[in-house]
Design a protein around this ligand. Structure first.
Ligand SMILES: C[S@@+](CC[C@H](N)C(=O)[O-])C[C@H]1O[C@@H](n2cnc3c(N)ncnc32)[C@H](O)[C@@H]1O
Length: 207
């Protein structure tokens, strides 16, 4: 089964609160976003967004220009329709593969890139290089990159898939010297089934 079918099946067969990464209130990510200096009309790209409640939280906090992307069209349809119904907001959704991008790579001037729980699924050198090259290509000068992934102490699998876990230094190295670390911290997320999932949250800014 390829990645797109895997993720589409997940979103077709589970309600949001049955997902092992579901957060009713994405407060940790939102608090970190508030530490950036981005304007309310800045362009925010949430990659591997799934059906995240972060889009709801961003709208409720006044952010106006949000793009959601995912490899799963099923997830994005669910997200788009929930956001339209709740906020009468026409969320821009882009179905694309972060490791082999055709659409995201045409974007530019992204002020904030947000990844929660996506990068750690990319295991090969080629996939990881493609992911970081995409960031470097489309982020604006002084733009921010927020990456929250399983830490070195985190679980070895998620959604039945093996993971590459990270610490801050590994992410810094991948981003390279064009980016400076603003903040990083460990955070243990407790999933809907009571499982503890240690994450590393990082915020970088392009120099
Ligand atoms: C663990 S979920 C996290 C979803 C969301 N970020 C959240 O915090 O609720 C991982 C997400 O990454 C997406 N994904 C996996 N591989 C991808 C790829 N190659 N390109 C884009 N999205 C991908 C999946 O469809 C899924 O929605």
């Amino acid at each position: 089964m390829n990645s797109k079918s895997h993720w589409n099946t997940v979103y077709e067969t589970k309600e949001d609160n049955e997902l092992g990464w579901y957060e009713s209130d994405p407060v940790t990510t939102l608090d970190l976003i508030k530490k950036t200096s981005i304007a309310k009309d800045a362009t925010i790209l949430n990659v591997g967004a799934g059906t995240t409640t972060l889009v709801d939280a961003l709208l409720e906090n006044g952010y106006e220009t949000i793009i959601a992307s995912d490899i799963s069209d099923v997830a994005l349809q669910k997200l788009h329709s929930r956001i339209a119904k709740t906020y009468q907001y026409d969320l821009q959704c882009i179905v694309d593969d972060l490791t082999n991008s055709s659409k995201l790579s045409t974007l530019s001037n992204i002020d904030l890139w947000i990844d929660r729980a996506v990068l750690h699924f990319f295991l090969s050198e080629e996939e990881q290089v493609a992911y970081f090259d995409l960031i470097k290509k489309i982020i604006s000068p002084k733009g921010y990159v927020l990456i929250a992934v399983f830490s070195l102490e985190g679980a070895e699998k998620c959604s039945g898939l093996p993971l590459q876990r990270y610490n801050t230094e590994m992410l810094s190295e991948r981003l390279g010297n064009q980016f400076s670390l603003v903040e990083s911290f460990q955070h243990t997320y407790v999933n809907p089934f009571g499982g503890e999932r240690p994450y590393i949250f990082t915020l970088f800014q392009k120099n």
